[in-house]
Design a protein around this ligand. Structure first.
Ligand code: HEM
Length: 210
């Protein structure tokens, strides 16, 4: 949790400030006379920040084993945050669009849609006691929930190593274009490959509790 805390804290604080007085944040995400996109983007930061924290709690195997009720409550809290973060981000893209234009709109819109889909499937399969499927969707949701944090980590590392080659303030450089998808797609693909390993398939299919 410590590793994601600075970003989660930043997102929650900026979101709360924005909901309170968007203009005062000085953020370019604030839209003058645009209460709906403002509400969408700043609220999505608050719930997104909470989601980033909750996911690290949910990943603790000991939590599920020792306090299954807490695992369920945290799971529903994650579901709510993921739905709202996804919906808020998508609404902002539809109403105002991202700074990076078409490719950023597309990358982030796919991200939000996948997050909503993964949250729904995780809960749906848990309620139907399809444990194997529940686990797979939950892991996809974890990857997506940590995606926004990974996005900032990628930028941090890239700027530290190269000083920002192929990246610019309009987010239209080659690195920026790749990043529109690279903060979640490769991780989801690695996860899908991992799911197909015989040992993982065996282990997943023998799980009997959520
Ligand atoms: C894991 C949860 C998430 C967190 C913690 C989070 C956090 C943030 C933060 C802090 C910003 C402002 C960045 C800045 O300017 O400093 C932001 C921007 C944005 N986020 Fe999220 N976000 C999350 C999930 C999502 C999802 C699922 C979408 C889906 C569509 C999304 C779409 C956007 C968009 C469109 C912007 C504005 C892009 C721009 O024009 O600069 N976010 N997010």
């Amino acid at each position: 949790m410590a590793i994601v805390w600075p970003f989660a804290h930043y997102a929650i604080r900026l979101g709360l400030q924005g909901l309170n007085d968007g203009a005062a944040t000085g953020s370019r995400l604030f839209t003058r006379n645009g209460p709906v996109p403002n509400m969408a983007v700043f609220a999505h930061m608050v719930v997104g920040g909470l989601l980033t924290l909750l996911v690290s709690l949910q990943l603790l195997g000991s939590l599920r084993a020792r306090w299954p009720r807490l695992h369920h409550i945290n799971g529903y809290a994650m579901f709510t945050c993921a739905m709202l973060a996804g919906a808020g981000g998508l609404a902002y893209i539809a109403l105002r669009g991202t700074i990076g234009g078409f490719w950023m709109d597309l990358g982030f819109a796919i991200y939000g849609t996948l997050m909503i889909g993964a949250a729904v499937q995780t809960v749906r399969n848990a309620q139907r006691r399809r444990i194997d499927r529940h686990r797979r969707w939950a892991l996809r949701l974890f990857v997506l929930a940590l995606g926004s944090w990974a996005y900032r980590v990628h930028y941090g590392i890239w700027y530290a190593l190269t000083g920002g080659v192929a990246s610019n303030g309009a987010f239209t450089g080659a690195f920026d274009l790749v990043q529109n998808f690279a903060f979640y797609m490769p991780y989801l693909l690695v996860l899908e490959v991992w799911f197909r390993r015989p040992a993982v398939q065996r282990e997943m299919s023998t799980q009997t509790s959520l």
